[in-house]
Design a protein. Structure first.
Length: 344
């Protein structure tokens, strides 16, 4: 008895999901053939699910002459499917994150709210988000031919939000460290900063020696619990969700000092009219980069290319001067250029 069977040749339809882990590709370079409704589909464990739901399958007729030849038939089925895909130019080229960004027409940038001068609302009437990170993200998006989209994160969630796909790149004054580099990929440095300590101008605290055993506020996720004990004897760290919260604790007298990136601290104390001062000593001197999800080399290359173009065109310097330079409240001098990370 001759039995006819149809094999569905499935075109790939991308469904943009970020949390799906599917079957891992085995020996076939074209992918894994998996039974799906309506025929055969192809799945890859790249965080995206490829489905045949929106496509009409073509058909191939196979003939089974003997029911006892099940094993041989299964082998022929797989071989036939592979041959069909090769003959018709069928490929399983993975639609990665860059494809998603281009298709959506938007680059999702993770930024922290109320983080002067990186990302904050300057005018309550317009409620427009402004800042160094906002301008950098907008410039990178323009270089990539898409629009910027800002997603609020915290210092503690900026990496996990990136890993889970809520954001495409992480900004928020992200220092390049070995621990973080094991979790995400870093772009070239887009800023240099140092961790410093701010105190009240009337405080008797003049150096790190005076901070022994004192209460110091900072942001959760900034690794201050590791950095501070290296230069201050037994500090009592109080971690807050954002720099604004940590500074409020200092202003309310709940702590004796606040630690953070000098760029952030200068932005916080600038409007206070000399009420607060920075100690001269540095906790660390750091290189800041943008975070990119691991396993997305095309996104990393695209962002790095955009940063290089911003530097060579002079736009990067203009953005720095606007928020940190002599024309700003911070009066800082740009002593760096956008360049690859240099281990200290």
């Amino acid at each position: 008895m001759v039995k006819k069977l149809k094999l569905a040749a499935v075109s790939i339809g991308r469904v943009a999901t970020s949390g799906i882990n599917t079957a891992k590709a085995a020996d076939l370079k074209l992918g894994v053939l998996c039974p799906l409704s309506g025929g055969l589909g192809i799945r890859q464990n790249q965080g995206r699910h490829y489905s045949n739901a929106a496509y009409k399958p073509a058909s191939i007729t196979y003939i089974q002459r003997d029911k006892t030849m099940k094993k041989s038939f299964r082998q022929s089925l797989l071989i036939g499917a592979s041959v069909f895909m090769l003959m018709t130019g069928f490929t399983t080229a993975r639609a990665d994150q860059l494809d998603t960004i281009k298709a959506d027409g938007a680059l999702k940038c993770g930024v922290t709210p109320n983080n002067v001068p990186f990302s904050f609302v300057e005018d309550p009437k317009t409620r427009q988000l402004v800042g160094y990170d906002v301008d950098v993200c907008s410039a990178i998006a323009a270089e990539m031919g898409v629009k910027p989209e800002f997603v609020f994160v915290t210092s503690a969630t900026r990496i996990s939000d990136l890993q889970q796909g809520r954001t495409d790149i992480a900004l928020s004054a992200l220092t390049n460290t070995a621990v973080r580099a094991s979790l995400i990929d870093f772009t070239q440095n887009y800023l240099h900063a140092g961790v410093r300590v701010v105190v009240s101008a009337t405080s008797p605290i003049k150096s790190f020696a005076d901070l022994a055993g004192k209460r110091i506020s900072g942001t959760d996720g900034a690794n201050l619990e590791i950095k501070l004990p290296k230069v201050i004897d037994k500090p009592e760290l109080k971690a807050y969700p954002s720099p604004a919260n940590a500074f409020l604790a200092l202003d309310q007298g709940k702590v004796d000092a606040m630690a953070g990136d000098d760029t952030t601290l200068l932005g916080l104390i600038g409007p206070t009219g000399g009420k607060y001062v920075l100690l001269d000593q540095f906790v660390t001197k750091d290189q800041l980069g943008l975070g990119v999800r691991k396993g997305e080399p095309r996104v990393l290359a695209a962002v790095n290319k955009a940063l290089t173009n911003l530097e060579s065109s002079g736009k990067a310097g203009v953005i720095f001067e606007k928020w940190f330079g002599q024309g700003s409240k911070l009066k800082m001098k740009r002593s760096f250029t956008i360049a690859p990370y240099q281990p200290s």
